[in-house]
Design a binder for this molecule. Sequence first.
Ligand SMILES: Cc1ncc(COP(=O)(O)O)c(C=O)c1O
Length: 411
Amino acid sequence: MFINLFSTSQTQERPTMAVSEKMKNFSVKSSWIRKMFEEGARLKAEFGNDNVFDFSLGNPDVPPPELFQEILLETARDTSPGHHSYMPNGGLPWVREAIAARMSAEQGVAVNHGDMLMTCGAAGALNVTMKALLNPGEEVILLAPYFVEYSFYVDNHGGVGKVVKTDDEFNIDLEAVEAALSEMTRAVIINSPNNPTGQLYSAESIGALGQLLEEAGKKFGSTIYLVSDEPYRKIIFDDYQVPPIFSHVRNRIVLSSFSKDLSLPGERIGYLALHPEADDKALLLDAMTLATRILGFVNAPAFMQRVVAELQEVSSDHTIYARRRDIFCKILSDAGYDFIPPKGAFYVFPKTPIADDVKFCSYLQDEKILAVPGRGFGAPGHIRLAFCVDEDFIKRSAEGFKAAVKRAAIN
Ligand SMILES: Cc1ncc(COP(=O)(O)O)c(C=O)c1O
């Protein structure tokens, strides 16, 4: 039936369905996020940006490294023909070679540039991966707390996100994963260093998870891929090390971006790589390349591919995040919050002193502090605080954090 989207007539046979039922439901489910942002915008309009402590966004504020600007200008000056043309959907081969070389050192396994694709950020890489892997109704295990968009990305491609809790310290709970595995499981997504917890998974736990998936695959006659989403790999504190993912078990996909470690989230540039011995590697790569095309990405941005190829060995200054983490942890522990100090990324995920995390966020808002309720990450009873803000903001928020705890104690 033809529906005139511009009609204001009340006498139509059925109401205009401008938006699908699914999207309407998604909107309702995430309406508290909208409310939170609206409230944040209202506070900023009333009190000024400098007087609202906005810890809600994981938008890196540390500038990209100096070399970025240099390479950016150099790349812009190069007017060779074809630089802005279509290209192989998987990306420029020489760019993939540069990234594969760095990944080989990082992973301790020779990563072939033919086994990787350039993508529109880690989000693009996740969508391409899900599109390539999933049959309708197949399951992807998500370890809660998790990056909220995973469940949408899985759903985009007909899959079902199956949420499995991590343990009390946000480490992988192998028994819980084992209990959730079935003949419908296609993949498990891990994210370490983690958004929202800042937790880092140990080499042992990743090895044991890989082994578990290998055995489950044999039992169910399937391949279950371990998908490691790692845009925060380089943002790591103290002497912690992010273990390689490609050691031990073959069926692994690493995906990442330059959004966080080079502070380029708006540029939408990322990549994915398959383990050199992954099952059905050629089929999977073909499917991912086609997915890049038919999802409408076509290819990752050409200009940025050329720029990041030259930036494999540099990062923005992560000591700034480390310093903020120390200041924030001190403020939170002085105010009586219970939390695991983050080992990487730029988030801290304290427990809320009352069970209702949305209500506690409203107490914080009354102190002009914006935080994200943990329920948005599949972990109610927590808040996520992103320290992508100036040190001075963190320091000035201390009294507000204390006041919200005191209010929680008397309510
Ligand atoms: C865990 C995680 N994965 C993926 C993404 C998406 O990253 P990108 O901007 O590179 O698409 C984010 C962004 O916040 C994230 O936190």
